[in-house]
Design a protein around this ligand. Sequence first.
Ligand SMILES: *Cc1c(COP(=O)(O)O)cnc(C)c1O
Length: 217
Amino acid sequence: MIKDNVAAILRQLPPGVELVAAAKTRTAAEILEAVEAGVKIIGENYVQEAAGVFPAVGRRARWHFIGHLQTNKVKRAVEIFDLVETVDSVALGLEIDRRSAAAGKTMDVLVEVNSGREPQKAGVLPEEAEPLVRALAGLPNLRVLGLMTMGPFEGDPEDSRPYFKETKKVWDELKALAIPGAEMRRLSMGMTNSWRVAVEEGATMVRIGTAVFGPRT
Ligand SMILES: *Cc1c(COP(=O)(O)O)cnc(C)c1O
C-alpha cells in the first residue's frame, strides 16, 4: 500500500519537485517500505523519534528536520539530519553552526516563513526573512538553501494558495538579491491536502505524510 502510494505521488510530481515523506509516528518498517518504493528524503518532526528509526534506515535516504528544533537537541540533530527546514531565529542558526563546526560538517538549512502570520506558529514573518537569511548566510558551517512554509489551513487547499504565493514572492526576491552564502534553490511548501496547489505556486519540495503512509492513528 505504501509502495502504491509512493508510486502514485512520484508519477504526479513534475520534474524538479522533490518528495519529502513526512514520517512522524511511522515505524522503521514503514519508512523502509517507502524508501524501497523510491522515497529519497525522510522528514521527521522530533529528534528523538528520528534517532529511533535512523539505525534501521541509515543513509539509504536523506533526512530533513521539519519540526520545531530545540537548542538542546541540536547536537543530536546535526548527527542525523542532512537539512534543517525550520530555522527561524539567529540563536538557533548560531547553535546549529557551532554544533556543525564541532562535527566537522556543513549543515544545509531553510528558513521557515510564518506566511499565515499566526502568532502561535513557528517561523519568521515574511518581511523578517531577508534579515534572518543575511545573518545565517554569514555563518561558516551553514548553507542557506531556501525557504519553507506551513501555511495556516488544514481544510480547502485553495485557502493555502495566497500563503504559498507570498512565500514564493519572498523566495524570488531573495534569489534576486543573490546574497553570498544563501542560494534560493529550495522552496518547501505543501502537504497531503495542499501539495498540488503548492506545486502550482512554485514549490520545489512537498512534504507528504498521510498520502504516503495512510492516516495517522
Ligand atoms: C506532518 C507534517 C507534514 C505532512 O502532513 P500530511 O498532512 O500528513 O501530509 C508536512 N509538514 C510538516 C511540518 C508536518 O509536521
